[in-house]
Design a protein around this ligand. Structure first.
Ligand SMILES: [Zn+2]
Ligand SMILES: [Zn+2]
Length: 271
């Protein structure tokens, strides 16, 4: 499995020089597995991944959405694949929105008030798959996905992708309760080769952000140790944290647990 980070920022993109070492685009992670392309979240990194996929001739994409907040959808409407005949995009997401289907959410995101081109005019083969958090399903032959609910306003989904004997976990946008680790999440992280986790805030800042749905590197390390995970990518950085601050946070996390490193835009990890 080859993992590449195309967007590691949380909340809003940061297009200024002080943010470019770690990266300014919002959540988007590519996983190449068994010759197929799996993408986690459609933040502002997605259009750049899309351009790269087109250059490589990749037309078939499985897109797994953690949820539909702006920082996870901001790149969707600019993902060229959805406009190109012969391209196929399958959007997987949890049905966390009452009666709304995943199709409804995509349509809404491309409504006339928000975007010049509407869903009806997309030329690609765009389909959606709604599931209930906690479900497991085969993404394709040999690639198993397990899901769970994270603690986040309106809900977010954690994904555990198992293929070719490797395990990748994408767990972003989750708020922990101090002193009460999320044991269901630990089970989904069990023995993972790589965990991507929401480290939006510091322990000092977190009390001022209660109910915003985010976590810290300290909690990430704790959960990884409990789950016997091998490596941890810090992810979904606050837009208030520039490179100098992120370098310091990464060093602290790495000193605490050598499996921890800071995800950077453009970085590739093989597991
Ligand atoms: Zn987010
Ligand atoms: Zn969110």
């Amino acid at each position: 499995m080859r993992i590449k980070f195309w967007g590691v920022r949380g909340s809003v993109s940061c297009a200024y020089p002080d943010f470019l070492e770690y990266g300014g685009n919002t959540a988007c992670v590519e996983v190449d597995v068994m010759g197929r392309t799996v993408v986690f979240d459609a933040g502002t990194g997605l259009p750049w991944l899309g351009n790269d996929l087109l250059k490589r001739g990749v037309k078939d994409v499985q897109l797994l959405m953690s949820h539909f907040h702006n920082d996870h959808t901001g790149g969707f409407n600019y993902f060229k694949h959805i406009y190109i005949p012969g391209c196929s995009v399958t959007v997987h997401a949890a049905l966390n929105y009452g009666e709304l289907t995943i199709d409804d959410l995509i349509r809404r995101h491309m409504s006339e008030e928000l975007h010049p081109v509407q869903y009806e005019h997309l030329a690609s083969d765009l389909t959606s798959h709604g599931f209930v958090a906690g479900d497991a399903f085969d993404l394709f032959d040999g690639a198993r996905v397990k899901t769970g609910m994270l603690t986040h306003p309106a809900g977010a989904t954690v994904y555990r992708l198992e293929a070719e004997g490797k395990v990748f976990v994408y767990a972003t946008d989750t708020e922990h309760t101090p002193g009460r680790p999320d044991l269901a999440l630990v089970e989904l992280m069990r023995d993972a080769d790589l965990v991507v986790y929401d480290t939006c805030y510091t322990e000092e800042e977190l009390p001022t952000k209660q109910g915003w749905g985010h976590s810290t590197w300290n909690e990430a390390v704790k959960l990884c140790r409990m789950a016997n995970a091998k490596r941890l990518a810090l992810f979904h950085y606050s837009p208030d944290y520039d490179d100098t601050m992120l370098r310091a946070l990464e060093a602290e996390a790495h000193a605490e647990w050598s499996g921890a490193f800071g995800a950077k835009e453009g970085m590739e990890v093989n597991i």
